[in-house]
Design a protein around this ligand. Structure first.
Ligand SMILES: O=C[C@H](O)COP(=O)(O)O
Length: 253
């Protein structure tokens, strides 16, 4: 893993102000681990407070609306997220795709809105278990990438891809290191095709799905894995920092 590892915690719909103590502890722990880039995506309601409490790590959002503003009750625009203190936004998480019917075109529109607002974007892709069993995992993910990634001048420079097999999210199951490596190599080839050899070669590709301190060294050591998108294990500083430490160790292995 030649690039500086990027470890992002996605708190999903978890967290009230009581959890800011975890964000502070993560920030303090990350300070000692300069070889690793660390970020948290708390719920919208905690972005501003997390940004104030955790000065060193990146802070981002988990989703946004594609429009700049207007009659969209309950939605949040990318500019609002940035104004709250975020530096990036996740889009296309499989929970958004499944629970809110988001299609690749919706994800791309959101990703482009995030870039237009001046933030970086993490675009999530991943196959279901049925798709993997049918031998279609790589083709499904390639199609998602081609449909979801932002286009336009320099778009590839502020993009991170998160590969999250849907069947591995929150289940305790993970693909093998070989399967992760094969998928990430396939993603890298698509990125180079879409963004060109140089830019596509620099886009970070994170693995997500049941990453824990216990399996992080192995997963982060797979081919073309440049970091992790972590759900459940990012909710406490103890487990999240365990993964950050593993990322630092994976640089040495
Ligand atoms: O965004 C994070 C992923 O959905 C992974 O979640 P998990 O670490 O709880 O499996």
């Amino acid at each position: 893993m030649a690039m500086r590892p990027y470890i992002v915690g996605n708190w999903k719909m978890n967290g009230t102000r009581a959890m800011l103590s975890e964000a502070r502890a993560i920030d303090r722990g990350a300070e000692r681990l300069v070889k690793v880039e660390v970020a948290l995506a708390p719920p919208f309601t905690l972005i501003h407070a997390t940004r104030k409490e955790a000065a060193l790590i990146g802070v981002g959002a988990q989703d946004c609306h594609a429009a700049e503003g207007g009659a969209h009750t309950g939605d949040i625009s990318a500019a609002m997220i940035k104004d709250a203190g975020a530096g990036f936004t996740i889009v296309g998480h499989s929970e958004r795709r499944a629970n809110h019917g988001e299609k690749d075109a919706d994800v791309r529109a959101k990703a482009e809105a995030v870039l237009a607002a001046g933030m970086a974007v993490i675009v999530c892709v991943g196959e279901t278990e049925d798709q993997r069993d049918a031998g279609k995992a790589e083709s499904v993910v390639a199609r998602q990438l081609r449909g979801s990634l932002p286009q336009g001048d320099n778009a590839g420079e502020k993009v991170t891809v998160a590969y999250e097999p849907v069947w591995a999210i929150g289940t305790g199951r993970t693909p093998t290191v070989e399967e992760v490596g094969a998928m990430h190599r396939s993603i890298r080839a698509v990125l180079k095709d879409l963004y060109g050899e140089e830019t596509g070669g620099k886009v970070r590709i994170l693995y997500g799905g049941s990453v824990k301190p216990e399996n992080a060294v192995e997963l982060l050591g797979a081919d073309e894995v440049n970091g992790a998108l972590v759900g459940g294990a990012s909710l406490t500083a103890e487990s999240f920092l365990g993964i950050v430490v593993a990322a630092a160790e994976s640089l040495e292995s």
